[in-house]
Design a binder for this molecule. Structure first.
Ligand code: PMP
Length: 368
């Protein structure tokens, strides 16, 4: 007799659906026998990894028999010097996803709730539910976070608020004055997570100086990643910047060796590589302009985005278009799981990749 294992899982996990990643290139190649596939589905950096990080990664290969430095001394020293924070304010994660999960595990349980917006990054509902807590989802405003609604939704069981700035998959963003006005309304015993996974792409003077804001709001936690503008999504390195007492709590549940030897080495090198970061930004800005122009020419609406992706509204349900694009070797991301069934999210690629995507879109539109 086999046991019904689902009954053994905790209640939150019983109701969870696994995160659906972008389709891997190899999978599409296997399925359709295509060789020339373009993937614009996971907000990865089209430049490839920084050469500086690759060199550090190769050098670290000789130490693969050793556990990593659990405290991440060198990477933290570099981050703390650059950001002007204490090393004790930093928590390293296996991607910033890991840090988001740690925050949920530390602050949530079955008696508590977390607030986030409709269309917010999907890891928030997953982390909240896995922790057995209640999710309070506020309606979006113009596809972005309605901070007034979010502040009003906080109740006496709320322990966490997640804000994606900019948000994935919508690409909307919030100014410092908006975030400060929100923080002024949030009780001190509610921790606000400002997820800045895409912050390096922004060139907006009104974008929050969130590190400076930490001094004013001890209940603020900022999360960032090496997966996007630093080109290291495959290595999995992210971090939180917070009050040292919050970092201490996160460290209690963090797996001791959650960032690997080569990941620490490569991230340390990438963070120093100002030239790569600049190229990332420039390529993204040019690619965004190229895609926006191409989408307008195709008569498609999109949500204005400051990230490395853009959500495009198709004339009807997006899934058939997604499937048709796959047949042409172009992988984008359907966002039906976000409650956006007519949108496709396209990550910004190299100029040739963006053009290939636009050409494929034109074909599938004319075939529909
Ligand atoms: N936050 C947001 C808003 C994201 O879009 C992503 C990546 N999709 C992450 C966090 C997590 O990225 P990573 O774990 O690679 O740092």
């Amino acid at each position: 007799m086999t046991c019904d294992f689902i009954d053994l899982a905790n209640e939150g996990v019983q109701g969870l659906q696994p995160y659906q990643p972008g389709k891997p290139i190899e999978e599409l190649q296997r399925e359709l026998g295509l060789s020339d596939v373009v993937k614009l589905a996971s907000n990865e950096n089209p430049l490839g990894p920084p050469a500086s990080a690759l060199a550090a990664y190769r050098e670290a290969a000789g130490q693969l028999h050793l556990y990593p430095d659990a405290g991440g001394f060198e990477l933290k020293a570099q981050l703390s010097a650059a950001l002007g924070v204490e090393a004790a304010q930093l928590t390293l994660g296996n991607g910033s996803n890991d840090v988001l999960d740690l925050l949920a595990r530390v602050f949530l349980d079955s008696d508590s709730s977390a607030v986030f917006s409709q269309y917010a990054f999907i890891v928030y509902p997953i982390a909240v539910q896995a922790a057995g807590a209640k999710a309070i989802v506020t309606p979006a405003k113009d596809w972005g976070h309605d901070l007034d609604a979010m502040a009003a939704a906080i109740d006496d069981r709320t322990r966490l608020v997640f804000i994606a700035n900019p948000n994935n998959p919508t690409g909307t963003w919030l100014s410092e004055s908006a975030v400060r006005a929100f923080m002024a309304k949030v009780p001190e015993n509610v921790v606000v997570v400002l997820d800045e996974a895409y912050c390096e792409y922004l060139n907006e003077p009104a974008y929050p100086d969130s590190i400076a804001m930490l001094a004013d709001y001890p209940n603020l936690v900022v999360t960032r990643t090496f997966s996007k503008a630093f080109g290291l999504a495959g290595l999995r390195v992210g971090y939180a910047i917070s009050h040292p007492d919050i970092a201490d709590l996160l460290n209690r549940v963090r797996a001791p060796f959650n960032v690997s030897v080569p990941a620490l080495a490569a991230a340390t090198a990438a963070y120093r590589d100002a030239e790569y970061l600049q190229r990332s930004r420039e390529l993204n800005a040019a690619g965004m302009a190229q895609l926006e122009k191409g989408l307008v020419a195709l008569g498609l609406q999109y949500i204005a985005s400051v990230g490395n992706f853009i959500a495009v509204e198709m004339p009807a349900a997006a899934m058939p278009y997604y499937q048709a694009l796959l047949k042409k070797g172009v992988i984008v991301r359907p966002v039906g799981v976000y409650g956006m069934p007519n949108h496709l999210r396209i990550s910004i690629g190299l100029e040739s990749e963006n053009q290939r995507c636009l050409n494929a879109l034109q074909e599938v539109l004319s075939e529909a």
